[in-house]
Design a protein around this ligand. Structure first.
Ligand SMILES: [Zn+2]
Length: 127
């Protein structure tokens, strides 16, 4: 691997396998162009733990954006029961993973996830 001499862009880990992260699709299946190979101007390298966390953060951000739209009364992917359900489950999954990765979550805190789960529960009550 040509990145062997590098370090993880998130936690700075060295001497471990690093992977270049290209996030092709977002949680809702839309093209996520910020880090897609063709438009990615500054590729990042993450160790295994951080790349997993980076994916969690990406899903969290996608869901957060849609919850924001939903609470603002704008059209949102989450206005369908199915997507809302799927996003809720994913958030719980993320919360569980974060709880098990204590001390190694450079991108996301469990408190952020808990807060968003709370917001989604409130939103359900309104509809
Ligand atoms: Zn790392």
């Amino acid at each position: 691997m040509d990145s062997a001499a590098g370090s993880c862009n998130a936690c700075g880990a060295t001497g471990t396998a690093l992977m270049k992260l290209s996030l092709g699709k977002d949680f809702f299946g839309r093209t996520y162009d910020r880090l897609s190979p063709s438009t990615d101007q500054s590729p990042k390298w993450y160790c295994e733990g951080c790349s997993m966390q980076k994916n969690l953060q990406r899903d969290f951000r996608d869901i957060l954006g849609e919850v924001d739209k939903l609470t603002a009364g704008q059209g949102s992917t989450l206005s369908t029961q199915e997507e809302f359900q799927r996003a809720s489950l994913r958030l719980r999954e993320i919360a569980t993973i974060l709880a098990g990765a204590a001390g190694h979550s450079p991108f996301l805190t469990a408190a952020d996830v808990t807060r968003l789960i709370g917001r989604m529960q409130t939103t359900t009550m309104q509809t």
